[in-house]
Structure formats: C-alpha cells, structure tokens
Design a protein around this ligand. Sequence first.
Ligand code: KIV
Ligand code: ZN
Length: 561
Amino acid sequence: MAKYRPFPRIALPDRTWPDKIIDKAPIWCSVDLRDGNQALAIPMSVEEKLEMFDLLVSVGFKEIEVGFPSSSNTEFQFVRRLIEDDRVPADVTIQVLTQAREHLITRTFESIEGARSAIVHLYNSTSPMQRRITFGSATREEIKAIAVDGTRIVKDLRSTVPGTRVLFEYSPESFSDTEVDFALEVCEAVKEIWAPGPGEKIILNLPDTVEWGPPNTYADQIEWFCRHLSGRERAVVSVHTHNDRGTGVAATELGLMAGAERVEGTLFGNGERTGNLDIVTVGLNMFSHGVDPGLDFSNLPEIQEVFERTTRMTVPPRQPYAGELVFTAFSGSHQDAIKKGMDLRSRSLQPDAAWEVPYLTIDPADIGRTYEAIIRINSQSGKGGVAFVLDREFGYELPKGMHPEIGAVVGDLSDREGRELEPEEVFEAFKREYLDERGPLRLQELAEAPRYADGVSSTECVATVLHDGKAEEVKGVGTGPIDAFANAMRSRGWDGFEVAEFHEQSLGKGSETRAAAYIKLESRDGAVTWGAGVDTNITIAGVKALISGYNRIVAKRAAAR
Ligand code: KIV
Ligand code: ZN
C-alpha cells in the first residue's frame, strides 16, 4: 500500500520509560480557552470564557492558557477583562499564545499589561511536511531563525510590561513528526537566547500536534529529548498531545513516564479535530491509582454542565469517568458482580478500605456521581441487577434464592417492551407479581392465638379468606402462625406445597416501619415458587407472602394446562 507508510521510529534501544511509574502530579496547564476554543464551531463569547475561566480556577489549574490575543478582538478583550477586573487569583498564571511574528508578539504584550504574571507562549512549526508544504520548502536554518528571532522579540518586549513577571514557553509545533535532533537544535537555540537565569526555567512544550504515530514512539521522542537537552534543570519539559489515533491520553501518560513534568490539555478533550488531551481522564487515572492529581473533580457532573453550556459540545456517554454510561452495567453477570462488591463494601466497617468492586475502577461517589445509574435494567440484565435496584432504590432485600425468579419476570417484561426499564417499572413489576393480591385467595380477616401446653408451643388461627371473591372461614393449628395458616389452607384443599424457607425484614423507619416477608414454597414435583407480602404486622406480612406464593402456584398450574 503506497499511499500510507509506517511511522518512523527513533533509535532508543536503552529506553527507560517503560519501567517508570507516575507517582506525582505534573504541572497542569489548561488550554480550554485557546486550543479548545479555537476548535469550536461557535467560539465562546467573553462572558462564556469568563465562566469557563472561573471553572478552571475552581478545579485547581494554576496555569491557564487564556487565548491567542493577537488573533481577534474578542480574544484580546477577554485577556484585558481578566486583568482589569482583577479576576486572576494570585497563585494562577495566565498564558497567551502567539506566532513568532513581530506585530503579533507586540499585540500579545499589549494584552498582558498589568498582569501579575504571564507565560508568553511562542510557537512555529518545525516538521519536514510543514517546512515543505506550509512554508514553501523553507530550510531548517530558516525555520530555526523564525523561532530564535521570535524569542529575541519576546525577550526585548519584557521591558514594556515592567509590572509583570514574564515567563516564556516555546513550542516546536508538530514536534512529534519533526526529526528529533532538529527539534532539539531549535529548542537549544531558543533556550540560549532566552537564557533562563539561576532559579528560572524555560518551558519547552513538545506537541503531538497531529497524532501521526503511536504513543510509545512519542515517549521515545520525549525521553530522547530530555536526555539530550543541555541544562535540563533550567527547562520544564511539557507535553501537549492531540487524539487523532485515539491515544492522546496514552501518549501523555507515557510522555510523563519518559520525563515530562508538565501537561497541557482540556476538559473532556475538547480541541482540534478529535480533540486535545482529556485532562479529566489523565487526572482521574492518577487518582484511581492513589496519586493525588491536585485537581478537584469531586463534582464532575457540575464541571460537565458548565463545559457543555459554554462550549456547546456534549460529553459522549462512553467518555471515561464522565460519560453517562460509564458506571452502568446492563449485563446480568456484570450486575451480579457489582452487587456483590457493593454489598460487601456496605457491610464493611471500614469506609476507607481499598476500593474493590468488580467492573468499577473508581467509586462513582468520589466524582459526584450517584449509585443510581450503576445498574440499569434491560433484557440483557440479570437477577443480580434487578435485586440491586429493588434493594438500593426501594429497600426490598430479596433473599438470594428469589433472585432468579424476579430476574426472569423483569427480563421478560423488558424483552416484551423492547426497551430499558426505569427503576419504578422494575418495582411495579415486582409489586404486580408478588404483592398485589390478585387471587384466587385473598386474606380478609385473621385472628391467631399462641398456645403453650406440656412444654410445647403452638399457634391456632382462624381466618376469613376470599376464594375467587367468596368469603370462606378457615381454621388451623401449627407450630407457628405460618404453619397454622398453611394447615388451615390445606384443610380446604388449597394444598400441594411445603414451606421451604421464610425470610423477613423491616421496611422504612419509625412510625412508617412495615414488615416485608418472603416465602419459598416447594411443590410435590420439586418446583420452587416464591411469594412476598408487606404489612405493618409481621405475622400478616408472612401470611400474605404465603398466599402470594400459593396464588402464583395456581397461576403457573393454569398456564401449564
Ligand atoms: O497542537 C499544537 O501544536 C498547538 C501548539 C500551538 C502548541 O496547539
Ligand atoms: Zn494543540
């Protein structure tokens, strides 16, 4: 295939980055207001940019690229507004981008007048493709001269903003498809002109402007650059990845392992084409490995709301961490495992115990997501998921043995409807199947009396039962109320079952407390049928559960005929 070629590797057989781990947060720089903004169909207004700026500050960014002030009046005015309204906190540094052209650099300096501190970010493209196509076959020397001249102008113009601490960032744009020795040569030349003094650093930002290659190759380039850069301690090496091959996050993470100490990116990866690096993902990846990212994503839904409103972009449902469906399991086996993990955790007496819930990399609560969406019910769902919804949302702790039966009832319903079921619909299905007294038997009245004679306890019950709507009186004696009522039923020929299990729980609290009872009935042929009942009185709840189970046996027999 001649049209496309393999991406060239660089020679780095003794690379060390694969053995490194990310154990501390980098310096983060948000480029939402510049790279992200320039990729929007409708760029943000000044008001929207202000709201986004405040959001970025509240998340914890200390470096924020606020725009490309020489590119438009809105961009320029926004920077002025930030400075004149004193909206930049003392510990936050704004960053402004400029091409390496004198009149644009001059305008950029005009925009930052009065700022406490600002990073002036100069860039020019260095790759062979850009040199040949965009700059009309410019030589390496000509490209280096653009960078060096631009740096000199920035350095000279510092004196025009005496009250501002001017920091400097240089980007050899398209670094990842530039010959690495040439990118280094340009950066060395720029660094020599800027000449950071003791305690000062130049930011060298190495963009994966278009992600032409795989992330391991980018990491090799970063490690090679860091190893060969002279006066490494006078530079902050920064990564700036895009996501054309879908591996922008991987490229940044491997770049950090390879020696970079600063990361540029945007919230949710908004940016040119397939986007910039998603800082939320990289930050929360660190968080999920116990490394404090230094950014606060504890209310991600709120961050997402401001982001979506100001950019008019939407976060896709499968976006890591933020997407609507990322904590949701529809499939039965996943739901079962999640339920077990969550149950174990809620029983644990150590809320800070290590997070171990199958299929969930982090606790949704840590980023402001609720548990409600973890398990959603459709025809793929299983018993565990249905039981989870009934338990978490409605407080019904169905015994484990009952899960397959209710799972099948709800699964059939979703299959018939051909859609996902809301939690209320799951509960309605449970109620219809077990709790609604649908006949043929219904309890109308019940009186029971405990007896104790010769060291033996028993219970006698007298009840009025509606049988197909006709009131009938029944009587029975048994070891307890349920046994007594079962014997009363048998005396009328409503039989063919044994009570195999009985469970009870309380629902609600205080004066609202009710009892829920679950009963397992076994027919002579070994078939199992469950019943459930709810009442303020535990005995009545149990009798209702028995009647519910019996009625379901009758319905099954009728359906089998
Ligand atoms: O992607 C890129 O190369 C850029 C530069 C201007 C840093 O955004
Ligand atoms: Zn970019």
